[in-house]
Design a protein around this ligand. Structure first.
Ligand SMILES: Cc1cc2nc3c(=O)[nH]c(=O)nc-3n(C[C@H](O)[C@H](O)[C@H](O)COP(=O)(O)O)c2cc1C
Length: 120
């Protein structure tokens, strides 16, 4: 079995400064951004949300959303920014993501998740 050491995506924690610190401790771990919502990325400050330090590779961006078109647009943006992996938040149970109908509650909508994956 291939084992991967990864840091957890953590809202309000795993920004590029935190990930830089994590990289000092874990030279080859897969680092995750905090969850970035599609709305924030499409209508907000993209450089602030997506910029990372060169030493962060391998680094994955975690997207929060449920609209296949928006998810595909954000995945393309992340790819052009140089991310190694795009991850969908289908696990976070916080009240905030439930209001937005993504995160863990997407587990109840597997067809919609499949549509997002297909579009991305
Ligand atoms: C402060 C905090 C923020 C988190 N933010 C996210 C997030 O943005 N996306 C996500 O998928 N999980 C998020 N999580 C969940 C963690 O990624 C992880 O799955 C959870 O802490 C369980 O891991 P553990 O058993 O090693 O503690 C967060 C957890 C914490 C404590």
């Amino acid at each position: 079995m291939r084992k991967i050491l990864a840091t957890a995506p953590m809202m309000a924690w795993t920004d590029k400064h935190c990930r830089f610190l994590h990289r000092q401790y874990a030279p080859s771990a897969l680092l995750f951004t905090e969850m970035i919502t599609t709305g924030a990325l499409l209508y907000g400050k993209q450089h602030h949300l997506l910029d990372f330090n060169a030493c962060e590779h391998p680094v994955a961006v975690q997207l929060g959303g449920n609209d296949p078109v928006a998810m595909a647009e954000c995945a393309a943006m992340a790819q052009s920014w140089g991310y190694d992996e795009v991850n969908i938040n289908v696990g976070c149970p916080s009240d905030r993501v439930q209001t937005g109908t993504f995160g863990a509650c997407l587990m109840q909508q597997p067809t919609l998740v499949a549509d997002c994956v297909r579009a991305m």
